[in-house]
Design a protein around this ligand. Structure first.
Ligand code: B12
Length: 210
């Protein structure tokens, strides 16, 4: 079986040990870390599809998510090992209120940090007020808001609306992301951009600050 097939097997079976073992092997064998993470990401999305189709129930999806988190925990120190020795500015990141999906957000945070941004990761289920309060407190340049549910994406709009109401919208670049986010949504709510992967999120953040 190929590496990607093994990852799929580990994630879909919710096998944390196997997921961690594969992640460790990928590092030992010098497999490009982004390619390895992509293989796991594809697998967890497959779990989501199975859940949507009714072939997976919530406990199975949760076990898959745990296996995915196990692999990401192995990759994180490796990502940070190559941390750039520079300061590109402060970034606030979190998953919006009502939403507990934090795997993608954590990946974006780790890569941003490795790139040289000073990242303040507020976690998941973060209120709009908390995002703004922290951004103001630390003097952030970028606010990154993740949302994985169609019901919680509205929080991304709410945050931008509140920045406008407080006349501080221009102080920040606002990046949004998560599976349901589209270019249309970016335009509709007046965000500065979105990205479909952690790698492109970092590239976009750098570009916006040029
Ligand atoms: C894992 C998972 C879970 C785990 C979450 C574990 C965790 N700690 O995160 C568990 C099992 C707990 C879970 C729970 C639920 N889930 Co869920 N879950 C998923 C799943 C399968 C994968 C998400 C994931 O981790 N992907 C892997 C990461 C690497 O990718 P990512 O999150 O997309 O992030 C990347 C990019 O989007 C981008 N990105 C992400 N954030 C940001 C932010 C910025 C600023 C930028 C620039 C980029 C960026 O970069 C990331 C890295 O590459 C998705 C399916 C899917 N297709 O997304 C469903 C999914 C999101 N879940 C879904 C649902 C319905 C739920 C539940 C409501 C189920 C339930 N009945 O309880 C609950 C929600 C509870 C809540 N209040 O939040 C639905 C949402 C449907 C919808 N239309 O809204 C999905 C789409 C599954 C489906 N197809 O039905 N879930």
């Amino acid at each position: 079986m190929s590496f990607a097939e093994n990852c799929k097997d580990a994630i879909l079976n919710g096998n944390i040990e196997l997921a961690e073992k594969l992640a460790n092997e990928a590092i030992e064998e010098n497999i490009d870390i982004n390619i390895a993470i992509d293989a796991f990401s594809l697998a967890i999305r497959k779990a989501g599809d199975l859940f949507e189709e009714g072939d997976f129930f919530l406990p199975e999806l949760m076990r898959s998510a745990e296996a995915m988190k196990g692999a990401m925990t192995v990759f994180k120190p490796k990502i940070m090992e190559d941390k750039a020795d520079r300061s590109l500015g402060k970034v606030i990141i979190g998953t919006i209120e009502g939403d507990i999906h934090d795997i993608g957000k954590t990946l974006v945070a780790a890569l941003m940090s490795a790139e040289g941004f000073e990242v303040f990761d507020l976690g998941a289920d973060v209120s709009v007020g908390k995002f703004i309060e922290k951004a103001e407190e630390v003097g952030a340049k970028i606010i990154c808001i993740s949302a994985l549910l169609t019901t919680t994406m509205v929080g991304q709009k709410k945050l931008i609306d509140q920045l406008k109401e407080r006349n501080i919208r221009d102080k920040y670049k606002v990046l949004i992301g998560g599976a349901p986010v589209s270019k249309k949504w970016v335009e509709e709510i007046g965000a500065d951009g979105s990205a479909e992967s952690a790698v492109s999120a970092v590239k976009l953040a750098r570009k916006l600050l040029e």
